[in-house]
Design a protein around this ligand. Structure first.
Ligand code: APR
Length: 319
């Protein structure tokens, strides 16, 4: 069987980390694409030379030519500009929309059968635009946000309860912005829901509320410290999604997926739990939400819709 091919569009902080993880895990041969000449080639060569040390056997190449992504099984898109301190994800809209147009056309022309994972922000708008520009089926284009946001939530919950992160399972819905909805009711410590643990006196509602707030602005916390956006956990999260697709694992992963008919939506990309398998996004899992979570989700949905209106204003071909 031929090796799988993973194409990474954008060879910056996240792109380089993705390439390293994909090669280490031998998901397939890796092609790093970027518009800047020399950067993808240099990073690829550096990463290729990790192989003999780390013992992985995967070819890593760099390119500035979209033709080299031909036949890719998975494409992960990080092309664009990241946040700087003081910027919201939405501030990136105008610049990154143009980038999505170029990337979408490149994918359409060269790798229309790929499973595409978008990471570029503002995520819910960019994954929608990328799907529009690429013309790929909705179930083959998905955004990475919920896995990362849940990982942040889980990290803070593990700290709060003093337990291994392995025993924490958490849930974040909605758009990948400050309006995201971390759902404590569906988050558990080894199967025990957070509200039950509060009743048992293991934490308080106030402390959990603070964790929920910290999760929602978790990306901003890192931008403030680092001067640019996070890259290790975003890359790890997208790799989990790629593995679920390549291995037909059918994992339930919160992702920015196209929802049409569930959650009261008629065709919108927003963060919901989905099943990812060989068919791409195979199912949107609809869960029952209490009134608070429902209201939170609605705020988040409205924020995403506003971004789409702004996108259509910038590029009338999307209207
Ligand atoms: N085509 C391909 N690559 C591009 C294009 C384009 N049209 N425009 C910019 N790039 C490349 C840049 O040259 C750079 O190498 O995208 C890369 C982005 O890398 P970084 O600036 O290091 O950004 P990164 O931290 O990887 O984040 C990328 O993901 O999480 C989001 O908000 C983040 O939107 C940002 C994206």
């Amino acid at each position: 069987m031929a090796r799988k091919k993973i194409a990474l569009i954008g060879a910056g902080n996240i792109g380089g980390t993705l390439a390293h993880l994909a090669a280490q895990k031998e998901l397939g041969d890796v092609v790093l694409f970027d518009i800047v000449e020399g950067v993808p080639q240099g990073k690829a060569l550096d990463l290729q030379q990790c192989g003999p040390v780390e013992g992985f056997d995967a070819k890593v190449t760099g390119t500035n030519d979209y033709k080299d992504i031909a036949g890719a099984d998975v494409i992960i898109v990080t092309a664009g500009v990241p946040r700087k301190p003081g910027m919201s994800r939405d501030d990136l809209l105008g610049i990154n929309l143009k980038v999505m147009k170029a990337v979408g056309e490149g994918i359409k022309a060269n790798a229309p059968d790929a499973f595409v994972i978008c990471i570029t922000n503002p995520l819910d708008a960019m994954v929608w635009a990328l799907r529009e520009f690429s013309g790929l089926p909705h179930n083959k284009v998905v955004g990475m946000a919920g896995v990362l946001d849940s990982a942040r939530f889980s990290t803070f919950l593990a700290e709060e309860f003093g337990v291994s992160v392995r025993d924490v399972s958490s849930f974040v819905l909605g758009g990948h912005g400050d309006t995201m909805v971390p759902v404590a009711e569906y988050s558990t410590i080894k199967g025990i829901p957070i509200p039950d643990l509060i009743k048992l006196g293991r934490s308080t509602q106030e402390r959990i509320d603070a964790i929920v707030k910290r999760t929602a602005v978790g990306g901003g916390e890192i931008v403030g410290l680092l001067g640019t956006s996070a890259f290790y956990a975003p890359a790890a999260s997208a790799i989990a999604m790629a593995e679920s697709y390549l291995g037909d694992q059918k994992r339930i992963l919160p992702s920015a997926a196209y929802v049409d008919g569930k959650y009261g939506l008629d065709g919108l990309y927003v963060g919901v739990p989905v099943v990812i398998g060989a068919g791409g996004v195979e199912e949107i899992v609809e869960i029952t939400l209490d009134d608070t979570a429902k209201a939170g989700l609605q705020v988040s949905i409205d924020a995403v819709k506003e971004l789409l209106v702004a996108c259509k204003g910038i590029d009338p071909s999307l209207a």
